[in-house]
Ligand binder design. Structure first.
Ligand code: ARG
Length: 583
Protein backbone atom coordinates (compact mmCIF):
# COMPACT_ATOMS: atom_id res chain seq x y z
CA UNK A 1 0.00 0.00 0.00
CA UNK A 2 1.35 3.47 -0.88
CA UNK A 3 1.34 6.28 1.68
CA UNK A 4 -1.42 8.01 -0.27
CA UNK A 5 -3.61 4.91 -0.21
CA UNK A 6 -2.95 4.48 3.50
CA UNK A 7 -3.77 8.12 4.28
CA UNK A 8 -6.86 8.07 2.08
CA UNK A 9 -8.30 5.05 3.79
CA UNK A 10 -7.63 6.43 7.29
CA UNK A 11 -9.05 9.80 6.33
CA UNK A 12 -12.17 8.23 4.79
CA UNK A 13 -12.75 6.29 8.02
CA UNK A 14 -12.52 9.52 10.03
CA UNK A 15 -14.97 11.28 7.70
CA UNK A 16 -17.34 8.36 8.01
CA UNK A 17 -17.22 8.60 11.81
CA UNK A 18 -18.01 12.31 11.65
CA UNK A 19 -20.55 12.34 8.80
CA UNK A 20 -22.13 8.97 9.38
CA UNK A 21 -21.74 7.92 5.75
CA UNK A 22 -19.02 6.59 3.46
CA UNK A 23 -17.27 9.28 1.39
CA UNK A 24 -14.09 9.38 -0.60
CA UNK A 25 -11.30 11.63 0.64
CA UNK A 26 -8.56 12.12 -1.96
CA UNK A 27 -5.03 12.86 -0.79
CA UNK A 28 -2.22 14.24 -2.97
CA UNK A 29 1.49 14.77 -2.51
CA UNK A 30 2.03 18.34 -1.30
CA UNK A 31 3.50 20.69 -3.86
CA UNK A 32 4.95 22.92 -1.15
CA UNK A 33 6.79 20.93 1.50
CA UNK A 34 6.51 23.72 4.07
CA UNK A 35 2.93 22.61 4.68
CA UNK A 36 3.66 18.92 4.98
CA UNK A 37 4.23 15.88 2.80
CA UNK A 38 0.65 15.21 1.74
CA UNK A 39 -2.51 17.22 1.59
CA UNK A 40 -6.27 16.79 1.24
CA UNK A 41 -8.97 19.31 0.41
CA UNK A 42 -11.75 16.79 1.08
CA UNK A 43 -13.08 18.73 4.07
CA UNK A 44 -13.64 21.74 1.85
CA UNK A 45 -15.37 19.78 -0.91
CA UNK A 46 -17.56 17.82 1.51
CA UNK A 47 -18.45 20.86 3.62
CA UNK A 48 -19.50 22.71 0.49
CA UNK A 49 -21.92 19.92 -0.52
CA UNK A 50 -23.34 19.92 3.02
CA UNK A 51 -23.29 23.69 3.39
CA UNK A 52 -21.33 23.51 6.65
CA UNK A 53 -18.17 25.20 7.82
CA UNK A 54 -15.12 23.49 6.24
CA UNK A 55 -12.70 24.36 8.98
CA UNK A 56 -15.04 23.05 11.68
CA UNK A 57 -15.51 19.84 9.70
CA UNK A 58 -11.74 19.45 9.27
CA UNK A 59 -11.28 19.88 13.03
CA UNK A 60 -13.82 17.19 13.84
CA UNK A 61 -12.24 14.87 11.31
CA UNK A 62 -8.75 15.37 12.70
CA UNK A 63 -10.04 14.63 16.18
CA UNK A 64 -11.47 11.36 14.87
CA UNK A 65 -8.44 10.52 12.76
CA UNK A 66 -6.22 7.57 13.63
CA UNK A 67 -2.93 7.91 11.75
CA UNK A 68 -1.52 4.78 13.38
CA UNK A 69 1.92 6.32 13.82
CA UNK A 70 2.32 7.45 10.18
CA UNK A 71 2.83 11.05 11.29
CA UNK A 72 0.75 14.05 12.26
CA UNK A 73 -2.09 16.04 10.69
CA UNK A 74 -3.03 19.68 11.00
CA UNK A 75 -5.34 22.21 9.36
CA UNK A 76 -4.36 25.15 7.21
CA UNK A 77 -6.29 28.03 5.68
CA UNK A 78 -9.99 27.47 5.06
CA UNK A 79 -9.81 23.73 5.76
CA UNK A 80 -6.90 22.00 4.04
CA UNK A 81 -5.76 18.95 5.95
CA UNK A 82 -1.98 18.60 5.86
CA UNK A 83 -0.04 15.50 6.79
CA UNK A 84 3.53 15.45 8.01
CA UNK A 85 5.00 11.96 7.74
CA UNK A 86 7.44 10.92 10.46
CA UNK A 87 11.05 9.99 9.64
CA UNK A 88 10.38 6.56 11.17
CA UNK A 89 7.56 5.98 8.68
CA UNK A 90 9.77 6.98 5.76
CA UNK A 91 12.50 4.68 7.08
CA UNK A 92 10.09 1.76 7.32
CA UNK A 93 8.79 2.55 3.82
CA UNK A 94 12.32 2.52 2.43
CA UNK A 95 12.98 -0.86 3.97
CA UNK A 96 9.78 -2.31 2.56
CA UNK A 97 10.42 -0.78 -0.85
CA UNK A 98 13.86 -2.36 -0.98
CA UNK A 99 12.34 -5.78 -0.32
CA UNK A 100 9.69 -5.31 -3.03
CA UNK A 101 10.64 -6.27 -6.59
CA UNK A 102 8.00 -3.76 -7.82
CA UNK A 103 9.67 -1.03 -5.74
CA UNK A 104 6.36 -0.07 -4.20
CA UNK A 105 4.40 0.33 -7.43
CA UNK A 106 1.00 -1.36 -7.09
CA UNK A 107 -0.45 -3.36 -9.94
CA UNK A 108 -3.72 -2.14 -11.44
CA UNK A 109 -6.84 -3.80 -10.09
CA UNK A 110 -8.60 -3.29 -13.44
CA UNK A 111 -6.34 -4.77 -16.12
CA UNK A 112 -7.38 -3.89 -19.66
CA UNK A 113 -6.34 -4.98 -23.12
CA UNK A 114 -4.80 -1.88 -24.63
CA UNK A 115 -3.62 -1.52 -28.21
CA UNK A 116 -0.91 1.10 -28.55
CA UNK A 117 -0.74 2.40 -32.12
CA UNK A 118 2.52 4.29 -32.48
CA UNK A 119 5.44 5.15 -34.76
CA UNK A 120 3.59 4.16 -37.98
CA UNK A 121 5.84 5.83 -40.55
CA UNK A 122 4.80 5.97 -44.16
CA UNK A 123 6.90 3.60 -46.19
CA UNK A 124 8.77 5.22 -49.06
CA UNK A 125 7.79 8.70 -48.06
CA UNK A 126 9.95 11.01 -46.00
CA UNK A 127 9.48 10.04 -42.39
CA UNK A 128 8.37 13.24 -40.73
CA UNK A 129 9.91 14.34 -37.48
CA UNK A 130 6.66 13.60 -35.68
CA UNK A 131 7.46 9.91 -35.98
CA UNK A 132 10.33 10.42 -33.53
CA UNK A 133 7.91 11.74 -30.98
CA UNK A 134 5.35 9.06 -31.66
CA UNK A 135 7.92 6.29 -31.44
CA UNK A 136 9.45 7.41 -28.16
CA UNK A 137 6.21 8.38 -26.39
CA UNK A 138 4.36 5.29 -27.62
CA UNK A 139 7.11 2.97 -26.49
CA UNK A 140 7.30 4.55 -23.03
CA UNK A 141 3.52 4.39 -22.55
CA UNK A 142 3.49 0.75 -23.63
CA UNK A 143 6.20 -0.17 -21.14
CA UNK A 144 4.46 1.67 -18.32
CA UNK A 145 1.03 0.19 -19.03
CA UNK A 146 2.53 -3.27 -19.22
CA UNK A 147 4.37 -2.85 -15.94
CA UNK A 148 1.14 -1.73 -14.27
CA UNK A 149 -0.41 -5.03 -15.28
CA UNK A 150 -2.34 -4.22 -18.44
CA UNK A 151 -2.35 -6.51 -21.45
CA UNK A 152 -0.61 -4.29 -23.97
CA UNK A 153 -0.52 -4.98 -27.71
CA UNK A 154 1.83 -2.77 -29.70
CA UNK A 155 1.01 -2.35 -33.37
CA UNK A 156 3.05 -0.50 -35.97
CA UNK A 157 0.32 0.64 -38.38
CA UNK A 158 2.74 1.63 -41.13
CA UNK A 159 1.53 3.54 -44.17
CA UNK A 160 2.33 0.82 -46.67
CA UNK A 161 -0.43 1.47 -49.20
CA UNK A 162 -1.57 4.51 -51.11
CA UNK A 163 -0.57 7.17 -53.61
CA UNK A 164 3.12 7.20 -52.72
CA UNK A 165 3.47 3.73 -54.25
CA UNK A 166 2.33 4.94 -57.62
CA UNK A 167 5.18 7.43 -57.55
CA UNK A 168 7.79 5.03 -56.24
CA UNK A 169 6.82 2.36 -58.77
CA UNK A 170 7.04 4.82 -61.64
CA UNK A 171 10.50 6.01 -60.55
CA UNK A 172 11.59 2.44 -59.82
CA UNK A 173 10.94 1.55 -63.43
CA UNK A 174 12.75 4.71 -64.61
CA UNK A 175 15.88 4.88 -62.55
CA UNK A 176 16.27 2.36 -59.73
CA UNK A 177 19.84 2.09 -58.39
CA UNK A 178 20.03 -1.55 -57.19
CA UNK A 179 23.34 -1.02 -55.38
CA UNK A 180 22.00 1.91 -53.44
CA UNK A 181 18.82 0.00 -52.65
CA UNK A 182 20.79 -2.78 -51.02
CA UNK A 183 23.14 -0.45 -49.17
CA UNK A 184 20.54 1.91 -47.77
CA UNK A 185 16.98 0.97 -48.71
CA UNK A 186 15.19 3.81 -46.92
CA UNK A 187 17.46 6.34 -48.57
CA UNK A 188 17.03 4.93 -52.08
CA UNK A 189 13.25 4.64 -51.74
CA UNK A 190 13.16 8.21 -50.56
CA UNK A 191 15.24 9.28 -53.55
CA UNK A 192 12.81 7.51 -55.89
CA UNK A 193 9.85 9.11 -54.17
CA UNK A 194 11.39 12.56 -54.40
CA UNK A 195 12.33 12.08 -58.04
CA UNK A 196 8.75 11.09 -58.92
CA UNK A 197 7.24 13.79 -56.79
CA UNK A 198 9.42 16.52 -58.32
CA UNK A 199 8.91 15.22 -61.86
CA UNK A 200 5.15 15.01 -61.53
CA UNK A 201 4.99 18.54 -60.21
CA UNK A 202 6.78 19.69 -63.34
CA UNK A 203 4.95 17.50 -65.82
CA UNK A 204 1.25 16.64 -65.81
CA UNK A 205 1.76 13.50 -67.93
CA UNK A 206 4.17 12.08 -65.34
CA UNK A 207 1.62 12.65 -62.63
CA UNK A 208 -0.87 10.67 -64.70
CA UNK A 209 1.72 7.92 -65.30
CA UNK A 210 2.25 7.61 -61.53
CA UNK A 211 -1.49 7.37 -60.98
CA UNK A 212 -1.69 4.62 -63.59
CA UNK A 213 1.02 2.64 -61.78
CA UNK A 214 -1.05 2.89 -58.61
CA UNK A 215 -4.21 1.72 -60.36
CA UNK A 216 -2.28 -1.25 -61.75
CA UNK A 217 -1.00 -2.09 -58.29
CA UNK A 218 -4.48 -1.92 -56.82
CA UNK A 219 -5.82 -4.13 -59.60
CA UNK A 220 -3.25 -6.76 -58.72
CA UNK A 221 -0.78 -6.29 -61.62
CA UNK A 222 2.00 -8.83 -61.00
CA UNK A 223 5.00 -6.67 -61.78
CA UNK A 224 3.79 -3.73 -59.72
CA UNK A 225 2.80 -6.00 -56.89
CA UNK A 226 6.29 -7.52 -56.85
CA UNK A 227 7.88 -4.06 -56.76
CA UNK A 228 5.57 -3.05 -53.91
CA UNK A 229 6.46 -6.19 -51.97
CA UNK A 230 10.17 -5.55 -52.33
CA UNK A 231 9.70 -1.94 -51.22
CA UNK A 232 7.96 -3.14 -48.09
CA UNK A 233 10.53 -5.81 -47.27
CA UNK A 234 13.43 -3.45 -47.77
CA UNK A 235 11.85 -0.65 -45.79
CA UNK A 236 11.17 -3.12 -43.06
CA UNK A 237 14.89 -3.95 -42.91
CA UNK A 238 15.78 -0.27 -42.78
CA UNK A 239 13.18 0.47 -40.11
CA UNK A 240 14.23 -2.52 -38.01
CA UNK A 241 17.73 -1.06 -37.81
CA UNK A 242 16.37 2.19 -36.43
CA UNK A 243 14.06 0.45 -33.98
CA UNK A 244 16.98 -1.70 -32.79
CA UNK A 245 18.99 1.38 -32.05
CA UNK A 246 16.05 2.86 -30.20
CA UNK A 247 15.37 -0.38 -28.35
CA UNK A 248 11.76 -0.31 -29.56
CA UNK A 249 9.80 -3.32 -30.73
CA UNK A 250 6.26 -4.16 -31.82
CA UNK A 251 4.02 -7.16 -31.31
CA UNK A 252 2.47 -6.55 -34.74
CA UNK A 253 3.15 -4.71 -37.95
CA UNK A 254 -0.33 -4.55 -39.34
CA UNK A 255 0.10 -1.75 -41.83
CA UNK A 256 -2.65 -0.18 -43.90
CA UNK A 257 -2.34 -2.86 -46.58
CA UNK A 258 -3.35 -5.55 -44.08
CA UNK A 259 -6.90 -4.19 -44.30
CA UNK A 260 -7.26 -4.02 -48.08
CA UNK A 261 -9.71 -6.90 -48.32
CA UNK A 262 -11.83 -5.60 -45.48
CA UNK A 263 -12.53 -2.21 -47.07
CA UNK A 264 -15.13 -2.99 -49.78
CA UNK A 265 -17.39 -5.04 -47.49
CA UNK A 266 -16.94 -2.45 -44.74
CA UNK A 267 -18.08 0.38 -46.99
CA UNK A 268 -21.07 -1.71 -48.16
CA UNK A 269 -22.05 -2.15 -44.52
CA UNK A 270 -21.65 1.57 -43.83
CA UNK A 271 -24.00 2.35 -46.69
CA UNK A 272 -26.57 -0.35 -45.81
CA UNK A 273 -26.72 0.77 -42.20
CA UNK A 274 -27.13 4.39 -43.28
CA UNK A 275 -23.91 5.56 -41.65
CA UNK A 276 -22.44 6.57 -45.03
CA UNK A 277 -24.16 7.97 -48.10
CA UNK A 278 -23.36 9.07 -51.61
CA UNK A 279 -22.32 12.62 -52.31
CA UNK A 280 -20.89 13.89 -55.60
CA UNK A 281 -19.89 10.36 -56.57
CA UNK A 282 -18.06 9.69 -53.31
CA UNK A 283 -19.31 7.81 -50.25
CA UNK A 284 -19.19 9.93 -47.14
CA UNK A 285 -20.12 10.03 -43.48
CA UNK A 286 -21.94 13.23 -42.51
CA UNK A 287 -22.97 14.83 -39.25
CA UNK A 288 -25.91 13.12 -37.55
CA UNK A 289 -26.70 16.22 -35.53
CA UNK A 290 -24.86 15.03 -32.43
CA UNK A 291 -23.63 16.55 -30.29
CA UNK A 292 -26.05 19.46 -30.35
CA UNK A 293 -23.19 21.91 -29.83
CA UNK A 294 -22.10 22.37 -33.43
CA UNK A 295 -18.66 23.55 -32.41
CA UNK A 296 -18.08 20.05 -31.03
CA UNK A 297 -19.43 18.20 -34.07
CA UNK A 298 -16.42 16.70 -35.92
CA UNK A 299 -18.39 16.58 -39.19
CA UNK A 300 -19.00 20.32 -39.34
CA UNK A 301 -16.65 23.19 -40.00
CA UNK A 302 -17.11 26.92 -39.79
CA UNK A 303 -16.95 28.61 -43.16
CA UNK A 304 -17.90 32.23 -43.88
CA UNK A 305 -19.72 32.45 -40.58
CA UNK A 306 -21.79 29.29 -41.15
CA UNK A 307 -21.59 25.67 -40.13
CA UNK A 308 -20.82 23.64 -43.24
CA UNK A 309 -20.54 19.89 -43.82
CA UNK A 310 -17.10 18.43 -43.31
CA UNK A 311 -17.72 14.78 -44.12
CA UNK A 312 -15.40 11.83 -43.68
CA UNK A 313 -14.84 10.32 -47.12
CA UNK A 314 -14.77 6.53 -47.05
CA UNK A 315 -14.69 5.93 -50.79
CA UNK A 316 -13.50 8.52 -53.27
CA UNK A 317 -15.35 9.15 -56.51
CA UNK A 318 -12.66 7.19 -58.40
CA UNK A 319 -13.49 4.16 -56.24
CA UNK A 320 -10.36 4.34 -54.08
CA UNK A 321 -10.59 3.88 -50.31
CA UNK A 322 -8.50 6.04 -48.04
CA UNK A 323 -6.76 6.51 -44.71
CA UNK A 324 -10.05 6.98 -42.86
CA UNK A 325 -11.64 3.83 -44.30
CA UNK A 326 -8.62 1.81 -43.26
CA UNK A 327 -8.75 3.24 -39.77
CA UNK A 328 -12.37 2.16 -39.36
CA UNK A 329 -11.47 -1.38 -40.45
CA UNK A 330 -8.53 -1.26 -38.06
CA UNK A 331 -10.45 -0.52 -34.86
CA UNK A 332 -13.07 -3.10 -35.79
CA UNK A 333 -10.29 -5.66 -36.21
CA UNK A 334 -8.68 -4.74 -32.92
CA UNK A 335 -11.96 -5.08 -31.11
CA UNK A 336 -13.06 -8.31 -32.74
CA UNK A 337 -9.74 -10.14 -33.02
CA UNK A 338 -7.89 -8.86 -29.98
CA UNK A 339 -10.79 -8.00 -27.73
CA UNK A 340 -9.24 -4.60 -27.14
CA UNK A 341 -10.80 -2.49 -24.39
CA UNK A 342 -8.79 0.53 -25.43
CA UNK A 343 -6.72 1.84 -28.31
CA UNK A 344 -4.25 4.70 -27.95
CA UNK A 345 -3.23 6.47 -31.13
CA UNK A 346 0.08 8.25 -30.56
CA UNK A 347 -0.11 10.63 -33.50
CA UNK A 348 0.69 14.27 -34.31
CA UNK A 349 -1.90 16.74 -32.98
CA UNK A 350 -2.60 17.92 -36.52
CA UNK A 351 -4.56 14.72 -37.08
CA UNK A 352 -7.01 15.45 -34.27
CA UNK A 353 -9.80 16.23 -36.75
CA UNK A 354 -9.40 12.79 -38.29
CA UNK A 355 -9.46 11.06 -34.91
CA UNK A 356 -12.48 13.02 -33.67
CA UNK A 357 -14.38 11.80 -36.73
CA UNK A 358 -13.06 8.28 -36.38
CA UNK A 359 -14.11 8.01 -32.74
CA UNK A 360 -17.56 9.39 -33.55
CA UNK A 361 -17.92 6.73 -36.26
CA UNK A 362 -16.89 4.07 -33.74
CA UNK A 363 -19.74 5.22 -31.52
CA UNK A 364 -22.24 5.08 -34.38
CA UNK A 365 -21.13 1.58 -35.28
CA UNK A 366 -21.72 0.35 -31.76
CA UNK A 367 -18.14 0.41 -30.47
CA UNK A 368 -18.91 3.04 -27.86
CA UNK A 369 -17.62 0.86 -25.03
CA UNK A 370 -14.15 0.88 -26.56
CA UNK A 371 -11.93 3.54 -25.03
CA UNK A 372 -10.37 5.22 -28.07
CA UNK A 373 -7.89 7.93 -27.39
CA UNK A 374 -5.79 10.24 -29.54
CA UNK A 375 -2.54 10.71 -27.63
CA UNK A 376 -1.54 13.86 -29.47
CA UNK A 377 1.77 15.68 -29.41
CA UNK A 378 3.22 18.96 -30.63
CA UNK A 379 6.10 19.95 -32.87
CA UNK A 380 9.88 19.71 -32.52
CA UNK A 381 11.46 23.09 -33.17
CA UNK A 382 14.91 24.08 -34.35
CA UNK A 383 17.06 26.49 -32.31
CA UNK A 384 15.47 29.27 -34.40
CA UNK A 385 12.10 28.46 -32.83
CA UNK A 386 10.61 27.24 -36.13
CA UNK A 387 9.71 23.61 -36.94
CA UNK A 388 12.95 21.65 -37.24
CA UNK A 389 14.26 21.39 -40.82
CA UNK A 390 17.49 20.14 -42.36
CA UNK A 391 19.83 22.59 -44.05
CA UNK A 392 18.27 21.61 -47.36
CA UNK A 393 14.90 22.59 -45.93
CA UNK A 394 13.50 19.05 -45.64
CA UNK A 395 12.03 17.39 -42.61
CA UNK A 396 14.90 15.65 -40.83
CA UNK A 397 14.98 11.89 -40.94
CA UNK A 398 15.01 9.90 -37.75
CA UNK A 399 18.25 8.08 -38.54
CA UNK A 400 20.08 11.35 -39.24
CA UNK A 401 18.84 12.91 -36.04
CA UNK A 402 20.09 9.92 -34.08
CA UNK A 403 23.48 10.01 -35.82
CA UNK A 404 23.85 13.65 -34.99
CA UNK A 405 22.99 13.04 -31.34
CA UNK A 406 25.46 10.18 -31.10
CA UNK A 407 28.20 12.30 -32.71
CA UNK A 408 27.59 15.07 -30.18
CA UNK A 409 27.63 12.51 -27.37
CA UNK A 410 30.94 11.15 -28.70
CA UNK A 411 32.51 14.58 -28.32
CA UNK A 412 31.31 14.80 -24.74
CA UNK A 413 32.43 11.26 -24.00
CA UNK A 414 35.91 11.93 -25.44
CA UNK A 415 36.22 14.98 -23.19
CA UNK A 416 35.02 13.71 -19.87
CA UNK A 417 34.31 10.00 -19.72
CA UNK A 418 36.24 7.51 -17.64
CA UNK A 419 35.96 4.53 -20.00
CA UNK A 420 39.20 3.32 -21.53
CA UNK A 421 38.90 1.68 -24.94
CA UNK A 422 37.61 3.04 -28.24
CA UNK A 423 35.01 0.29 -28.40
CA UNK A 424 33.70 1.23 -24.96
CA UNK A 425 33.64 4.88 -25.90
CA UNK A 426 31.67 4.15 -29.06
CA UNK A 427 29.18 2.04 -27.16
CA UNK A 428 28.80 4.67 -24.47
CA UNK A 429 28.31 7.45 -27.03
CA UNK A 430 25.55 5.50 -28.76
CA UNK A 431 23.84 4.84 -25.43
CA UNK A 432 24.14 8.42 -24.20
CA UNK A 433 23.23 10.08 -27.49
CA UNK A 434 20.06 8.07 -27.87
CA UNK A 435 19.10 8.31 -24.21
CA UNK A 436 19.50 12.08 -24.38
CA UNK A 437 17.11 12.35 -27.33
CA UNK A 438 14.58 10.05 -25.71
CA UNK A 439 14.69 11.73 -22.33
CA UNK A 440 14.31 15.22 -23.76
CA UNK A 441 11.27 14.05 -25.65
CA UNK A 442 9.77 12.44 -22.57
CA UNK A 443 10.51 15.27 -20.17
CA UNK A 444 8.29 17.73 -22.03
CA UNK A 445 4.54 17.78 -21.89
CA UNK A 446 3.62 15.92 -25.04
CA UNK A 447 1.42 18.72 -26.31
CA UNK A 448 4.06 21.42 -26.03
CA UNK A 449 6.53 22.20 -28.77
CA UNK A 450 10.17 21.98 -27.77
CA UNK A 451 13.51 23.02 -29.17
CA UNK A 452 15.84 20.30 -30.37
CA UNK A 453 19.11 21.45 -28.83
CA UNK A 454 21.72 18.70 -28.59
CA UNK A 455 24.03 20.62 -26.26
CA UNK A 456 21.23 21.05 -23.76
CA UNK A 457 20.11 17.43 -24.07
CA UNK A 458 23.59 16.18 -23.24
CA UNK A 459 24.41 18.57 -20.39
CA UNK A 460 25.64 16.62 -17.40
CA UNK A 461 24.09 19.10 -14.98
CA UNK A 462 20.85 19.89 -16.80
CA UNK A 463 17.42 18.27 -16.90
CA UNK A 464 18.85 15.43 -18.94
CA UNK A 465 19.30 11.68 -19.19
CA UNK A 466 23.07 11.95 -18.59
CA UNK A 467 22.39 13.78 -15.31
CA UNK A 468 20.27 10.89 -14.05
CA UNK A 469 22.55 8.21 -15.48
CA UNK A 470 25.47 9.89 -13.78
CA UNK A 471 23.60 9.74 -10.46
CA UNK A 472 23.14 6.01 -10.91
CA UNK A 473 26.82 5.53 -11.75
CA UNK A 474 27.76 7.50 -8.61
CA UNK A 475 25.47 5.34 -6.49
CA UNK A 476 26.95 2.17 -7.93
CA UNK A 477 30.51 3.33 -7.43
CA UNK A 478 29.94 3.53 -3.67
CA UNK A 479 29.18 -0.17 -3.66
CA UNK A 480 32.29 -0.90 -5.69
CA UNK A 481 34.40 0.78 -3.04
CA UNK A 482 32.68 -1.07 -0.20
CA UNK A 483 35.09 -3.52 1.40
CA UNK A 484 32.76 -5.76 3.38
CA UNK A 485 29.58 -7.60 2.48
CA UNK A 486 26.43 -6.02 3.92
CA UNK A 487 23.06 -7.67 3.87
CA UNK A 488 20.97 -4.56 3.22
CA UNK A 489 17.71 -6.42 3.74
CA UNK A 490 18.63 -6.83 7.40
CA UNK A 491 19.37 -3.14 7.95
CA UNK A 492 16.86 -0.98 9.85
CA UNK A 493 17.40 2.44 8.32
CA UNK A 494 17.34 5.46 10.62
CA UNK A 495 16.77 8.90 9.08
CA UNK A 496 18.14 11.91 10.91
CA UNK A 497 19.54 14.46 8.48
CA UNK A 498 17.09 16.56 6.48
CA UNK A 499 18.77 15.39 3.25
CA UNK A 500 18.17 11.75 4.20
CA UNK A 501 14.54 12.38 5.04
CA UNK A 502 14.04 14.30 1.84
CA UNK A 503 15.52 11.52 -0.27
CA UNK A 504 13.34 8.92 1.46
CA UNK A 505 10.29 11.12 0.91
CA UNK A 506 10.91 11.13 -2.83
CA UNK A 507 11.63 7.42 -2.93
CA UNK A 508 8.27 6.73 -1.30
CA UNK A 509 6.50 8.72 -4.00
CA UNK A 510 7.57 6.36 -6.79
CA UNK A 511 4.74 3.92 -6.19
CA UNK A 512 2.24 6.77 -6.09
CA UNK A 513 3.46 8.45 -9.19
CA UNK A 514 3.77 5.67 -11.77
CA UNK A 515 0.04 4.78 -11.98
CA UNK A 516 -0.92 8.44 -12.50
CA UNK A 517 1.07 8.61 -15.74
CA UNK A 518 -1.71 6.77 -17.55
CA UNK A 519 -4.45 9.16 -16.42
CA UNK A 520 -3.55 11.54 -19.20
CA UNK A 521 -0.81 9.58 -21.00
CA UNK A 522 1.96 11.76 -19.64
CA UNK A 523 5.37 10.10 -19.37
CA UNK A 524 6.79 13.55 -18.58
CA UNK A 525 5.46 13.09 -15.03
CA UNK A 526 7.90 10.22 -14.61
CA UNK A 527 10.78 12.06 -16.27
CA UNK A 528 10.27 15.04 -13.97
CA UNK A 529 10.02 12.79 -10.94
CA UNK A 530 13.31 11.08 -11.82
CA UNK A 531 15.03 14.45 -12.13
CA UNK A 532 13.73 15.46 -8.71
CA UNK A 533 14.83 12.19 -7.21
CA UNK A 534 18.29 12.54 -8.73
CA UNK A 535 18.50 16.07 -7.32
CA UNK A 536 17.48 14.82 -3.89
CA UNK A 537 20.21 12.21 -4.19
CA UNK A 538 22.83 14.79 -5.11
CA UNK A 539 21.94 16.91 -2.06
CA UNK A 540 22.10 13.82 0.12
CA UNK A 541 25.45 12.88 -1.41
CA UNK A 542 26.84 16.34 -0.64
CA UNK A 543 25.49 16.48 2.91
CA UNK A 544 25.81 12.92 4.15
CA UNK A 545 29.06 10.97 3.94
CA UNK A 546 28.39 7.28 3.38
CA UNK A 547 31.53 5.16 3.48
CA UNK A 548 33.24 7.36 6.07
CA UNK A 549 30.38 7.18 8.56
CA UNK A 550 30.27 4.78 11.49
CA UNK A 551 28.85 1.41 10.56
CA UNK A 552 25.17 1.77 11.59
CA UNK A 553 24.84 5.17 9.91
CA UNK A 554 26.75 3.91 6.89
CA UNK A 555 24.45 0.92 6.47
CA UNK A 556 21.36 3.03 6.82
CA UNK A 557 22.68 5.36 4.11
CA UNK A 558 23.62 2.41 1.94
CA UNK A 559 19.96 1.42 1.94
CA UNK A 560 19.09 4.86 0.55
CA UNK A 561 21.85 4.59 -2.08
CA UNK A 562 20.79 1.14 -3.18
CA UNK A 563 17.14 2.09 -3.33
CA UNK A 564 17.85 5.30 -5.24
CA UNK A 565 19.90 3.45 -7.80
CA UNK A 566 17.16 0.86 -8.24
CA UNK A 567 14.35 3.38 -8.56
CA UNK A 568 16.30 5.56 -11.00
CA UNK A 569 17.30 2.56 -13.10
CA UNK A 570 13.80 1.16 -13.06
CA UNK A 571 12.18 4.50 -13.84
CA UNK A 572 14.52 5.10 -16.75
CA UNK A 573 13.75 1.55 -17.88
CA UNK A 574 10.05 2.41 -18.01
CA UNK A 575 10.98 5.29 -20.29
CA UNK A 576 12.96 2.91 -22.50
CA UNK A 577 16.34 4.25 -21.36
CA UNK A 578 19.21 2.10 -20.11
CA UNK A 579 22.00 3.02 -17.70
CA UNK A 580 25.69 2.51 -18.46
CA UNK A 581 27.96 0.77 -15.93
CA UNK A 582 30.52 3.55 -16.14
CA UNK A 583 30.41 7.01 -17.63
N1 ARG B 1 1.03 6.80 -41.09
C1 ARG B 1 0.40 7.89 -40.43
C2 ARG B 1 1.24 9.16 -40.59
O1 ARG B 1 2.42 9.07 -40.82
C3 ARG B 1 0.20 7.64 -38.96
C4 ARG B 1 -0.71 6.49 -38.65
C5 ARG B 1 -1.23 6.53 -37.27
N2 ARG B 1 -2.12 5.46 -36.95
C6 ARG B 1 -3.37 5.36 -37.37
N3 ARG B 1 -4.06 4.27 -37.02
N4 ARG B 1 -3.96 6.28 -38.10
O2 ARG B 1 0.75 10.24 -40.47
Amino acid sequence: MTLIQDLESRLATAFQTVLGEAVSAPVVAAADLRFGDYQSNAAMALAKQRKTNPRALAEQVIAALDLGGLGAADIAGPGFINFRISPETFAAKAKAQLADPRLGVPQTDAPKTIVVDFSAPNVAKPMHIGHIRSTIIGDALSRIARFLGHHVITDNHIGDWGTQFGMVTWAWKQCLDEQALLANPLQELLRLYRHASDSSKADESIREACRQELVKLQQGDEENFAIWQRCIELSRTGLDKIYDRLDVSFDHWLGESAYNDALAPLVDRLVESGVARESEGALCIFSNGEPADQAKDPFLIRKDGEWTDFPMIVRKSDGAFNYATTDIATFEFRRKEWNADAAWYVVDHRQSGHFNQLFAVAGRLGYGEMDLCHVAFGTILGTDGKPLKTRAGDLPQLADVLDEAVAAAATAVAERSRVDTDAERAELSELIGISAVKFTELSHHRLSDYVFDLQKMLALNGDTAPYIQNSVVRCRSIFRKLEDDVDLSAVEPVLVEEAEIHLARYLARYGELVPTILDDHRPNLLATYLLELARAYHSFFEACPVLKSEIAVRNSRLVLCELTSRVLTHGLGLLGIRCPEKM
